[in-house]
Design a protein around this ligand. Structure first.
Ligand SMILES: C[S@@+](CC[C@H](N)C(=O)[O-])C[C@H]1O[C@@H](n2cnc3c(N)ncnc32)[C@H](O)[C@@H]1O
Length: 271
């Protein structure tokens, strides 16, 4: 079922790239790539701390890999994405615990469609690696504060805006330090303070680039804080084992620089 009107909110270009990439991405990613398995899923699971029987909203679920993981942990999951081909892939992959996951095609910039999921229904919400793909995050911040129960939490992960935004350049240089030849790897950041968008690739080889929307930390968090959520958990994750590196500039070589940021927000306690 497609429950959005064609071309309604997200710009056609942004969604079109995800629709073109969906099947390729799903075939490559399956139940999660190295990035997801090592840097994203473990901190997200720690911060979410799902209790069996809880109802969890998965925002921009892609092929549903993390939705299935949450169902395995005992959650009932409502998962949505604005890319219909991704939701088709998600449904196809969901064989076990299919009765615990409801997939929908919804645009996270569409307040009305999101609110139709049920105000005060969710014990928790999650959005893994998708907020930097959204043109607007104000509608998500506004509606989440209504969709979540008062004793809930929202965990989001993004490409780390400080070290892994589209202006960053990775380099490897060789130096002779006191007779020892060593490789020094750095990340150079050209732009940070002002939000900007740029095309880029999430996985090498994907059919077309997607659009990234860089937001500095203050711009990323401000809409959620303004809508009554408070930050109460944060992890920055980096790879620690360079032996898995696929190339000289792979993130596996940068144990001191985190490419991923994971944040937990909660509705503020009412006084
Ligand atoms: C990098 S993928 C991440 C998918 C999934 N959360 C994961 O971690 O595997 C980004 C996803 O965000 C979705 N997306 C981007 N903008 C969206 C929007 N406005 N509403 C709903 N989904 C959106 C894309 O279709 C894509 O599936």
């Amino acid at each position: 079922m497609v429950d959005r009107k064609e071309g309604e909110r997200a710009s056609d270009g942004v969604r079109a790239a995800w629709e073109t990439n969906a099947e390729w991405w799903d075939a490559y990613y399956k139940e999660g790539n190295d990035f997801h398995r090592t840097l994203i899923a473990p901190p997200t699971e720690r911060l979410l701390a799902i209790e069996p029987g809880e109802t969890v909203l998965d925002v921009a679920c892609g092929n549903g890999a993390f939705s299935r993981r949450m169902a395995q942990l005992g959650a009932r999951v409502v998962a949505f994405d604005f890319s219909e081909p991704f939701i088709r892939c998600a449904r196809k992959r969901t064989v076990e615990r299919a009765d615990r996951i409801e997939y929908r095609v919804i645009d996270a910039t569409d307040r009305e469609r999101m609110l139709s999921l049920g105000e005060g229904r969710f014990d928790a919400a999650v959005c893994t690696m998708a907020i930097m793909d959204m043109e607007e995050i104000e509608p998500l911040a506004e509606t989440l504060s209504l969709l979540l129960k008062s004793s809930s939490r929202f965990v989001l992960s993004v490409l780390h805006p400080c070290f892994n935004n589209p202006s960053c350049r990775m380099s490897a240089e060789q130096e002779d330090r006191d007779g020892d030849l060593r490789t020094v790897r750095t990340v150079k950041v050209e732009r940070y303070m002002t939000p900007f968008s740029a095309k880029g690739i999430g996985i090498v080889g994907q059919p077309v680039p997607q659009t990234y929307f860089h937001r500095p930390l203050h711009a990323l968090l401000e809409p959620f804080l303004r809508n009554g959520l408070v930050l109460d958990g944060l992890e920055e994750t980096a790879f620690t084992d360079p032996s898995n590196a696929r190339g000289p500039l792979s993130w596996d070589h940068y144990p001191e620089i985190p490419p991923v940021l994971v944040v937990r927000l909660r509705p503020a306690l009412r006084r």
